[in-house]
Structure formats: structure tokens, C-alpha cells
Design a protein. Structure first.
Length: 109
């Protein structure tokens, strides 16, 4: 019976040694991954720099979209404003465009 208990202790000792080795390897893998993430040029610093660039680009896009909306409004006003002004000039002042011919019909009395 004493021999069996020694064999059991040896097996248990080998089993815990294997688990400890596995845990040590996992810890080493975790530490090396964190080191690469935090210290490398492609790690956390690059991610933060890219996030800052994305934020800046989004702000620029917002400003450009506001500018485009303002310019679009100006174009609409100019189009409608010119059409209205041209119609008024035709009716009130007799405006004729370059490619048009004007015929005046005079009623005989």
C-alpha cells in the first residue's frame, strides 16, 4: 500500500507540474501579446493616431457638407432668380434671347 501511495503522489506531482507549465506558457503568451500591442509602432499608438485622423476627417466632411448645402441653396436661388428675372424682362421689357426671333403682329383697324 505504501508503494501505491508513492506512485499516486508522483503522478499527482507530474500532473500539477504539467498544469503549472501550461499556465506559465499562457502567461508568457499574454505578456508578449500585451508588449507587442503597447510598445510596437503598429500597436496601440497607431490605433490612437488613426482614431484621431478619423475624427479629424469626419469634422472636415461635416464642414464640407455644410458648405455644399449652402452652395446648393445659392445655385437654386440663382436658377430660380434668373428665370424669374428673365420672365419679367420678357414681359415688361420685351427681352429677346440670341436664338429667338421676334414677330410683332399688328392688328389692322
Amino acid at each position: 500500500m505504501g508503494n501505491q501511495s508513492l506512485t499516486g503522489l508522483a503522478a499527482q506531482s507530474e500532473s500539477s507540474w504539467g498544469i503549472n507549465l501550461l499556465l506559465a506558457l499562457l502567461m508568457l503568451l499574454l505578456v508578449s501579446t500585451l508588449a507587442v500591442l503597447l510598445l510596437s509602432a503598429d500597436g496601440l499608438r497607431r490605433t490612437q493616431r488613426l482614431q484621431a485622423e478619423v475624427t479629424q476627417t469626419r469634422q472636415e466632411i461635416s464642414a464640407l457638407q455644410a458648405r455644399n448645402a449652402a452652395l446648393s441653396g445659392e445655385v437654386k436661388n440663382l436658377k430660380h432668380g434668373l428665370e424669374a428675372a428673365e420672365e419679367r424682362a420678357r414681359s415688361d421689357l420685351g427681352l429677346i434671347s440670341e436664338n429667338e426671333s421676334f414677330y410683332q403682329i399688328i392688328a389692322s383697324d
